[in-house]
Design a protein around this ligand. Structure first.
Ligand SMILES: *Cc1c(COP(=O)(O)O)cnc(C)c1O
Length: 361
């Protein structure tokens, strides 16, 4: 995944204090977009890196010490008509608010969230920091397309005793990304690790959930796989998620199945969108328990979903030393169709009949 920290110059920062939110836009070091584009990668890297430093925020806080924080991931896509549009920011706003409440923080107002995302992308774009639509993306169904990744997150106030965050900051930074999907085969392995436990924080987009996910993904990559798949903590039987993405199985019976939501599964917005798209096409789509044995034996196509991944095919699944290869190790027709539809809507190449896209420019 091309996903270095080369953030755009304008960042958003809000702070909760005395019962209310105050907002500001920060202009971090930069040259003009043209000058930066013409710089050597090394020199440009230095300027981009310097944007990631803030000397007016406390180092010792409940986020850096105890992992009390949550975040969001959203994308803005260059549109076929030349504009720039964000995919379903209202859904991320609602989830961010739920995540903050789940961590006992004052929830960030949803309207401020949507406005902050739009405005941060817009201010950077107006300075020339934006990707431009390229018709050649249509040839590979936008698999190589560029976008702006928007990362809203919380940071707690200073403190060292174990405590909740009552007066957090909310920040929004943006960075250009190119596609996550490489088109090659992508094998997954079931990990022994447990990502989320009942009554825990698995349903919250909490930073702390990522410690175990990062370890499990690292182990999977070390063993030659692209992704790890988690089973449920209680029965060690039902499929839950990938490291940072939801999972779908298109079964031999023609049913599209994905694990049902609960307190151990992150309610993905891509997941919800795919369910809606599949149902509207008359595909039998169920949210239910999926035993690992069923996934291994009955799957025709498998894919993971998320803002970064879109719908990325999983070409095989390995569990207890057994490997099931799906669709001869190639991207299946169903997966490709879902990917094409989703990307087509996101890049303005297909009509957005559901009002999912918010035009920025
Ligand atoms: C963010 C995330 C997802 C995907 O959510 P989207 O809204 O589709 O990007 C899935 N699982 C986990 C654990 C996540 O953190």
């Amino acid at each position: 995944m091309a996903f270095a920290l080369n953030s755009y110059p304008i960042a958003y920062r809000a702070k909760f204090s005395g019962g209310k939110w105050s907002e500001e836009y920060l202009e971090k070091p930069h040259k003009t977009a043209e000058t930066e584009a013409a710089m050597s990668a090394e020199d440009r890297g230095k300027v981009e890196d310097s944007r990631n430093y803030y000397d007016d925020m406390p180092l010792v806080n409940y986020t850096t010490q105890y992992g009390l924080a949550c975040f969001e991931g959203i994308k803005a896509m260059p549109q076929k008509n030349g504009g720039l549009a964000i995919f379903r920011p209202d859904q991320n706003a609602a989830r961010f608010s739920r995540s903050m409440k789940g961590l006992f923080m004052p929830p960030f107002p949803e309207d401020l969230f949507v406005k902050a995302c739009i405005e941060t992308v817009k201010r950077n774009a107006e300075m020339g920091f934006r990707p431009r639509y390229k018709p050649e993306w249509e040839k590979d169904s936008f698999m190589s397309a560029d976008s702006v990744y928007i990362r809203p997150f919380t940071i707690a106030e200073g403190g060292i005793g174990v405590n909740i965050s009552r007066e957090p900051w909310v920040m929004v930074v943006t960075t250009p990304v190119s596609s996550y999907f490489s088109g090659g085969s992508s094998d997954a392995i079931v990990t022994e690790r447990i990502r989320a436990t009942p009554k825990g924080t698995g349903w919250i987009k909490a930073c702390s959930n990522y410690a175990i996910a990062a370890l499990a993904k690292h182990e999977a990559i070390d063993a030659g796989y692209m992704e790890c798949v988690f089973l449920d903590a209680t029965h060690r039987k039902y499929v839950e998620e990938g490291s940072s993405c939801n999972i779908f199985f298109y079964l031999k019976s023609g049913e599209l199945a994905t694990p049902e939501l609960g307190d151990t599964i992150l309610p993905g917005i891509t997941r919800a969108s795919i369910i809606e798209l599949a149902r509207s096409r008359g595909i039998k789509t169920s949210e239910r328990k999926i035993a690992i044995e069923e996934a291994m034996e009955e799957t025709s196509e498998c894919f993971v979903s998320g803002t970064a991944a879109g719908a990325t095919p999983i070409t095989s699944l390995t569990w207890q030393g057994k490997k099931s290869i799906f669709n001869n190790g190639k991207t299946g027709k169903f997966t490709a169709e879902i990917q094409n539809t989703l990307k087509g809507i996101q890049y303005g190449a297909l009509p957005d009949t559901r009002g999912w896209m918010v035009q920025i420019l």
